[in-house]
Design a protein. Structure first.
Ligand SMILES: Cc1cc2nc3c(=O)[nH]c(=O)nc-3n(C[C@H](O)[C@H](O)[C@H](O)COP(=O)(O)O)c2cc1C
Length: 332
């Protein structure tokens, strides 16, 4: 039996889309529809996630050019190679401990956008999952980036994507995932970032961001959406679960939620993968990480830190051997 068949048996289409059905707009009478459009208009006024940027071209013109030399990514020693068990930050610890400010994310006087800015600047860098989807009726192709994104397991290969609420209508990608249960997650390399960012534009439902980006479609085998030819790594995937944040709906704003996706195929650029198809060359992948505000980071330098095994390490370390000796009897 092929993998595709196994998947459709395990996760039949109806089962995939049912958890989210309730999120679709229900038929409204004219008074509820006009109050809902007033709420959407108000939500639009308050929405500060995508703000107008002034003078960007002027600031950009004063910056050095991007280094396109593709110099191999440098590998240095790790920050503290002589680190010992139990030594915390070791010799790099600050002279006096830092103090912290407590924040209640739900405080009445705290604008939601402050949580957005804090989270995207504090949880960084984030990989960008570039999702290709198709609408339920098959009429519209969609391509958009998401950095509330992560691989969360390899066995099975699983991914998670978070969709934020916005005024009026939910993200088209989210809608498509609920309608079809299928996508392709494409990697984002440095040379793609302007095209990827362009595809994040709030295009009306039904407009294909493939054309906005100018990126090219390549064939897939287990799902309907195309993969991005320019991406070094693409993952065909099917939705296995959806969790909507229904207790947090705000007037005029769409539902937010997370989608759990299971891979059905991998595609790797041939010159970027090793012989046994188990490693992607970072010098070829050249990933970008999304940071706070409108910043992105690139990888120009790496270091290695081996993972150790308890049984090898505790005889060599005073701290670990003491901990080994103090284990509760039941775990010995
Ligand atoms: C790099 C990048 C990362 C983004 N990450 C997310 C995200 O994780 N979740 C989200 O809801 N929107 C995210 N956005 C915004 C969406 O891409 C944007 O709302 C887009 O218009 C959604 O497209 P769609 O409605 O066609 O699905 C991101 C935008 C960029 C440029």
């Amino acid at each position: 039996m092929t993998l595709v068949k196994t998947f459709s048996r395990l996760f039949p289409r109806r089962q995939l889309i049912s958890p989210a059905r309730s999120s679709f707009p229900t038929r409204m009478n004219s008074s509820s529809s006009s109050s809902s459009s007033a709420a959407t208009a108000q939500a639009q006024t308050n929405y500060k996630i995508v703000e107008k940027v002034t003078d960007f071209e002027k600031v950009q013109s004063q910056r050095p050019d991007f280094d396109h030399s593709n110099t191999p990514i440098q590998v240095t020693k790790s920050p503290n190679p002589d680190w010992q068990y139990g030594s915390g930050l070791g010799k790099h610890a600050p002279a006096t401990p830092k103090t912290h400010t407590e924040i209640d994310p739900y405080a009445a006087d705290r604008p939601m956008v402050n949580n957005y800015r804090l989270l995207v600047s504090g949880i960084a860098p984030r990989p960008v999952g570039f999702l290709s989807t198709v609408s339920g009726d098959g009429a519209t192709k969609n391509l958009s980036p998401f950095s509330y994104f992560q691989v969360i397991d390899h066995d099975p290969p699983m991914f998670i994507v978070g969709f934020s609420s916005r005024p009026g209508r939910e993200k088209d990608t989210y809608r498509n995932l609920k309608e079809t249960g299928e996508c392709v997650i494409n990697s984002v390399s440095e040379n793609m970032i302007e095209a990827v960012n362009a595809s994040s534009i709030d295009a009306p439902y039904g407009v294909s961001e493939w054309e906005v980006s100018g990126l090219h479609e390549a064939a897939t085998t287990t799902v309907t959406p195309s993969r991005v030819e320019e991406s070094v790594f693409s993952i065909e995937g099917k939705v296995v679960d959806i969790k909507e944040f229904t207790d947090h709906v705000k007037p005029g704003m769409s539902l937010a939620g997370v989608v759990l996706i299971k891979a059905t195929r991998f595609w790797v650029q041939e010159d970027a993968v090793n012989a046994d198809l188990s490693h992607i060359d970072l010098d070829k992948l050249r990933p970008v990480g999304q940071l706070g505000g409108m910043s992105y980071g690139r990888v120009t330098s790496t270091f290695e830190v081996p993972r150790r095994r308890w049984d090898d390490e505790h005889p060599k370390s005073e701290v670990l051997s003491k901990l080994e000796g103090s284990k509760p009897r039941s775990s010995q």
